[in-house]
Design a protein around this ligand. Structure first.
Ligand SMILES: Cc1ncc(COP(=O)(O)O)c(C=O)c1O
Length: 359
């Protein structure tokens, strides 16, 4: 049987998620660990979302609303688009997959940046497509080089903005130049999983390209600021012609009913979003100050995580931090990523880091 698996799939390395707390504690026989590894909301979910799930629990014998009517309605009102411009997904990951399955045939090509969200290349390669990952420039997407990498086989470009793991953004001016030159029949996917955390005035309004009729898809998720990562729900906004095609490959009940009601309630809970943004901004400032005082290099972030280097092998630091009960993320070479947590978690992370580095 295995001889039928394509080389593209054989050569994939499965996505490796942040280590769960339970696994670390089981492995090391320790208690009271903290996880700052998967860019989750440390405040937890909105209370309104929890109540909505509670209210809905006795109805989980029923299939969900396959069209996600109420959630789509709220999303379409929030963005001023029609229902048919909204695609719901089992996490925004699923929307990436749906777009690739809809638009890419074996041998087709996609472009993204190096040091970006690994799911893009995993999904493209799993569909027997090819992907170019253009080197970054100073920790930023290089949209000029990405433009130059587009060929006649290119169907999609993925732009994570802010980017995971660097936390950097492409600006309004970068995107304007790029969109002015990108071929019309290439779908530009703006993955805005962390958009709610951005404070830079140079962050682009990608919706304006959708309104102007460009072939773009904008992805958002309820996994990050809305605190619903465990329920798996995200959405995409794109042209109606595109959602029509995507609906042909989408499973009938791809988003579950608890996720739909929780997302609907979370969308409405603006004070939870505001608190989450505030905690993140304060945590970011605290961590910058501490990093500066320890002498750690980092990239200023527009998201809820920070990409940093200690000057030592990243894997060793990662392992030593695990022994201190602090789970962060190893990103290759000297690179590490930490999710901004609650104030006490940030303090715990810093004191463990000082101990591990002896600084
Ligand atoms: C850039 C980016 N896009 C998309 C996702 C996927 O989010 P989800 O599938 O949970 O919506 C993540 C998750 O880490 C991410 O970092």
């Amino acid at each position: 049987m295995l001889k039928y698996v394509s080389d593209n799939i054989k050569n994939l390395v499965p996505y490796s998620p942040g280590k769960p707390i339970e696994e670390l504690e089981r492995d090391l026989g320790i208690k009271g660990s903290i996880k700052l590894a998967s860019n989750e909301n440390p405040l937890g979910p909105s209370k309104k979302a929890i109540e909505a799930v509670d209210r809905h629990l006795n109805r989980i014998n029923r299939y969900p609303d396959g069209g996600g009517y109420y959630l789509k309605d709220a999303i379409s009102k929030k963005w001023g688009v029609s229902h048919d411009a909204v695609i719901l997904g089992n996490g925004s990951n699923e929307i990436i997959e749906l777009l690739v399955r809809t638009f890419m045939s074996p041998g087709d090509h996609a472009v993204t940046s190096d040091n970006s969200f690994s799911v893009y290349h995993l999904i493209v390669r799993a569909a027997n497509g090819n992907i170019t990952m253009v080197p970054m420039q100073d920790g930023h997407y290089d949209l000029k080089k990405i433009r130059e990498s587009i060929t006649s086989r290119t169907r999609m470009v993925f732009i994570a903005n802010p980017n995971n793991p660097t936390g950097t953004i492409v600006t309004t001016a970068d995107v304007r130049d790029f969109m002015n030159s990108v071929p019309e029949d290439v779908l530009v996917v703006f993955d805005e999983a962390y958009a709610e955390y951005v404070t830079s005035p140079e962050y682009p309004d990608d919706m304006s390209y959708l309104r102007a009729g460009h072939n773009v898809a904008i992805l958002r998720t309820f996994s990050k600021i809305y605190g619903l990562a465990g329920l798996r729900i995200g959405y995409g906004l794109t042209k109606i012609e595109i959602t029509n095609m995507v609906n042909r490959v989408r499973q009938p009940f791809n988003t579950n009913s608890l996720a739909q009601v929780a997302a609907l309630a979370a969308l409405d809970d603006t004070s939870h979003v505001e608190n989450s943004r505030r905690i993140n901004k304060e945590g970011k400032e605290f961590l910058y100050k501490e990093f500066d005082s320890i002498g750690i290099k980092y990239l200023p972030t527009e998201a809820n995580f920070i990409y940093f280097q200690t000057g030592k092998d990243g894997r060793e630091i990662f392992d030593a931090m695990l022994k201190e009960g602090v789970i962060i993320r190893y990103m290759g070479g000297q690179n590490l990523r930490v999710t901004i947590g609650l104030p006490e978690e940030n303090r715990r992370f810093i004191s463990a880091l000082r101990k591990v580095l002896n600084r």
